[in-house]
Design a protein around this ligand. Structure first.
Ligand code: C5P
Length: 240
């Protein structure tokens, strides 16, 4: 029998880059909140998965009321977010036991396929830290801001062939993730993989999905709406 599965769904961001009146995880796409769509993908992939939802303190009652209103009755442990994503994950890990497999996923990535979630969990049984990544397709520039302008950073060149973008869900043996999150905060901790790596553990990688985008700006919402309107939906199958 495998490890018990947990999902920590990160939804405590304020969504300021979207410029909308409510955080992007609560915006509806095709009549359903982005956060509900995201959680439902995991429930479909892994029935019985334990869900820990991290929310902004100011929206905890809003989310409870939304779930009741929509008959979205999945059992969720609700946790208050922290000042950064790192602090939000720390709060959520208090609800996860050792000996489990824990997936940390951005609540604003609803386009992930059920098939990919299943594959990640299957592979993660034998990999203590499994991270989905996508090879970089754009040419990358290292720039710095000088006043209002962007200028080339001195002596910086990047070899695109070694660059990959990290996605979520990142899946870990829970004892490894809990131990890593005992470290003091560092500004380089922009995902869970960076926290685990700094704690001296090895990471394994799997090629992620193109459509598993993080809804960040208004343009992303338009893109997501367009993808969802396609029939059959490309998100029902893996987009790799
Ligand atoms: O800010 P960023 O784009 O990295 O956020 C990624 C995810 O982390 C989002 O789903 C956001 O809601 C969540 N987050 C959080 N707590 C914070 C900041 C971000 O749960 N303090």
């Amino acid at each position: 029998m495998g490890r018990k599965k947990y999902l920590i769904v990160m939804a405590a961001g304020s969504g300021t880059r979207m410029g909308a009146e409510k955080p992007k995880q609560f915006i509806e796409l095709g009549g359903k909140a982005v956060l509900q769509m995201t959680i439902e993908k995991f429930l479909k992939a892994c029935p019985g998965i334990k869900v820990v939802t991290v929310l902004p303190e100011a929206h905890m009652e809003y989310w409870k009321a939304y779930c009741i209103d929509r008959n979205f009755s999945c059992p969720q442990t609700l946790v208050k977010g922290g000042i950064t994503r790192f602090h939000s994950v720390q709060n959520a890990l208090a609800k996860v036991p050792e000996g489990a497999l824990v997936a940390v996923h951005d609540g604003v990535r609803p386009l992930i396929s059920v098939e990919f979630i299943r594959e990640m969990f299957e592979k993660a049984e034998a990999k203590p830290a499994l991270i989905p990544v996508l090879p970089c397709v754009d040419t990358m520039k290292v720039l710095v801001r000088k006043g209002d302008e962007l200028v080339t950073a001195e002596g910086q060149s990047v070899d695109r062939s070694v660059l990959y973008g990290a996605q979520t869900p990142q899946i870990f043996y829970s004892e490894i993730l809990k131990d890593a999150y005992l470290q003091p905060f560092d500004t380089s901790f922009t995902d869970d993989a960076s926290v685990v790596l700094k704690n001296g553990k090895n990471l394994s990688y799997l090629i992620g999905e193109r459509f598993n985008i993080k809804l960040t700006t208004k343009d992303d919402l338009i893109l997501a709406g367009a993808i969802l309107s396609l029939s059959p939906s490309p998100c029902d199958a893996s987009s790799r």
